[in-house]
Design a protein around this ligand. Structure first.
Ligand code: Z7Z
Length: 396
């Protein structure tokens, strides 16, 4: 039961219609007030930038340990909970600091050159080849090759990586048709993932192997190390695939922005941030109240759950001028696509290098990007992206 005076929304954010076009719902949510009750799932939801940020930064009030999806992990977990994502201090702090060390900007600086060179080769091979699917030939290829190489996972079986991410991110939503479809092959996918996280299967020197060094130093157990390697494979692929595809789409449909990028390739970094602000790969996560609290002036009882819409906050007109416009020169810093606070994306130095590498290569090697057909969406409960994206890269 919701008290009177509290805004109630009857739209289901996980309906097919809404996954295809979530923006009318986001607007309704923001305009309803600081927080609204979602009847479809009996859960709170918040979408204004200010309140999304406040919830994310107050981990004492808003815990992750009950899961960060719609479903309470304490009741229904389809996989062993993540030690990183679905955990709270003090346990979270220990594992987070280990991953931070492995993925720090200092440690990942060397990737700039490696990813840059790979992106140029990949993009060069696509220029002047006529129509192709940018998801198939670019957005899915780059993370599955470049990022997975850095983690050090075996090449054989990498076709399981994206289906695993699809399970993880659908698993944050309700047990709907998208979840069930993603789970069809679950046993086989999980078996490969778990095997790939074992020490003996990881290439020496990679991110994965470095996590095991922390278990050698007895900071964590060997079993925990395996679970942290799993976090790389859960969070590091589908997210960047989505971002890269969304960037290609935005440049294809905003040619003047691509011209800008071509004239000034150093805008690549900005352009990546603006892409994930406007078309936020991870649209929503949840938190659970550890005590009675409030959002705005609305009381939320302890143990109640609130869906936190990063994607709605990233288009909040209270925060952004012309929020629906793709503008690579705007200051997109302050967007919440990487979250915020102690759970803010630990992989973002790597994601940014990937984004900058690919967008920089587009800027330097491609004259124009043309849509060659109707893009097809990849529908997932949490990640917004394309299944196919027919384009052509014309020579400068
Ligand atoms: O640790 C994990 O399994 C894990 C899974 C998903 C960690 C992080 C994420 C994730 C959360 C990725 C939010 C993107 C955005």
């Amino acid at each position: 039961m919701v008290a009177s005076g509290i805004p109630v929304i009857d739209k289901d954010p996980y309906s097919t219609e809404n996954l295809i076009d979530p923006y009318p719902f986001h607007e309704e949510l923001r305009e309803a007030g600081p927080v609204a009750w979602l009847e479809a799932h009996d859960v709170w939801a918040t979408g204004r930038h200010e309140h999304v940020r406040d919830v994310l930064t107050d981990w004492r009030t808003w815990m992750s340990g009950a899961g960060v999806g719609l479903i309470d992990l304490r009741v229904d977990a389809w996989r062993p909970p993540s030690l990183l994502l679905e955990a709270d201090p003090p346990n979270h702090t220990v594992v987070r600091s280990i991953i931070e060390r492995v993925l720090s900007p200092r440690a990942t600086k060397v990737l700039r050159e490696r990813f840059g060179a790979r992106a140029e080769t990949l993009v060069e091979g696509l220029v002047g080849t006529g129509s192709f699917d940018a998801m198939e030939e670019l957005a899915r290829v780059f993370p599955v090759e470049a990022f997975a190489d850095e983690v050090g996972v075996p090449e054989e079986g990498r076709e399981y990586l994206l289906p695993y991410g699809d399970m993880v991110f659908n698993g944050q939503g309700p047990r709907n048709e998208y979840f069930r479809a993603a789970m069809e092959n679950a046993a086989e996918v999980q078996e490969w993932i778990m095997a790939s996280c074992r020490r003996e299967n990881l290439a020496p020197g990679g991110f994965g192997a470095q996590i095991y060094e922390a278990s050698d130093a007895e900071e964590i157990t060997e079993q925990q190390a395996g679970m942290l390697v799993r976090s790389f494979l859960s969070a590091g692929l589908d997210t960047t695939v989505s971002a890269l595809g969304n960037a290609v789409y935005l440049f294809a449909t905003n040619p003047e922005q691509f011209d800008l990028l071509r004239t000034e390739p150093s805008l690549a970094r900005h352009a990546f941030e603006e892409t994930i602000r406007l078309e936020t790969p991870v649209q929503v996560f949840s938190r659970t109240a550890t005590r009675d609290t409030e959002i705005g002036n609305t009381r939320i009882a302890g143990d109640e759950r609130v869906m936190v819409f990063f994607a709605a906050a990233n288009r909040d007109p209270r925060c952004w001028e012309e929020p629906d416009r793709f503008d690579i020169t705007r200051r997109a810093s302050g967007h919440l696509a990487f979250g915020q606070g102690i759970h803010g994306c630990v992989g973002k130095p790597v994601a940014r290098i990937e984004g900058e590498a690919v967008l920089g290569a587009l800027a330097r090697k491609v004259g124009s990007i043309k849509l060659e057909g109707e893009p097809e969406r990849h529908l997932n409960n949490t990640v917004r992206g394309f299944e196919s994206l027919p384009v052509a890269f014309h020579a400068p």
